[in-house]
Design a protein around this ligand. Sequence first.
Ligand code: NAD
Length: 311
Amino acid sequence: LDGYTLNPGDLSWTALEQLSEVTVYDRTAYDNGNLALIIERVGDAEFVFTNKTPLPAEAIQAMPKLKFIGVLATGYNVVDVDAAKACGVVVANIPTYGTAAVAQMAIALLLELCHHVGAHSAAVKNGDWTKNADWCFWNYPLIELAGKNMGIIGFGRIGQAVANIAQALGMKVLAFDNYRVKELESETLKYVELDELLAQADVISLHCPLFESTKGIINSSTIAKMKPGVMIVNTSRGPLVVEQDLADALNSGRVAGAGLDVVSTEPIGADNPLLTAKNCLITPHIAWAPKEARQRLMDIAVNNLKSYLEG
Ligand code: NAD
């Protein structure tokens, strides 16, 4: 499922060729939310790989031969793991394939907020070199990150990778995580409580998983504790943010900019208030998608299946 999304023809399928029969589907079942089509496609397959196409209990229970679900992602919220367990189906996700890719995207979104490269380049191509210079100073002031504080909520693999890049840019890192690795602390990196992070950070980047405890962690009351002019980046999961609250804060200028690779409902709804919010960049959940990361994802997925088959 989602095979062509993962591999629009630019990756090697060699690992998958070791299986006797492989059928690859595009993402129409996911785009249409069509459960009947998902069930029809999986049919009597024994092994299924999915990226974003959901496999709820109803689908899993309708697949009598299913033994193994490979989730081609870090987060495995697309599969009803309890239902799979009850049906004796093994579920394997892939936690490590995209750490560098997602960290790079978080920084890309942040740098775009600070430099507006796309807007300035478009203006130059429109013949607006001089006007662009004035326009940039007044409407899109550039922001230097060196010396500023980067707050990172969720200091696991991706959060730490973002911290390394932020420090290379001259930023100081404030990390918030339930689980602290004291040895990671240094002159430019310290763990803090959430309230201190909210109060001190010039940029806040989200890298915690989506749990009941983290859902809506960015909302009007946490935004009220932040520095005016803070920038927020989310490459983790959309529901970490109360979107109307963030949109209001962007429109009032309380939050200076947001860079989001994920939103609460994907694909994004036409009525999502962030679509029209001021200085809000939105990419379609692609942080994971450099070719190098997708090839790694595919290779690890097939190895997971091989390990399962070898017991
Ligand atoms: P990780 O498990 O290495 O790190 C997550 C960290 O969050 C852990 O250190 C954990 O202790 C911490 N945490 C858990 N609950 C917390 C809480 N309540 N408050 C603060 N911290 C808490 O995971 P990772 O590999 O760094 O991935 C992070 C997230 O990135 C994933 O959950 C996933 O949602 C997201 N992701 C997005 C993409 C994309 O394409 N946009 C791709 C891969 C992963």
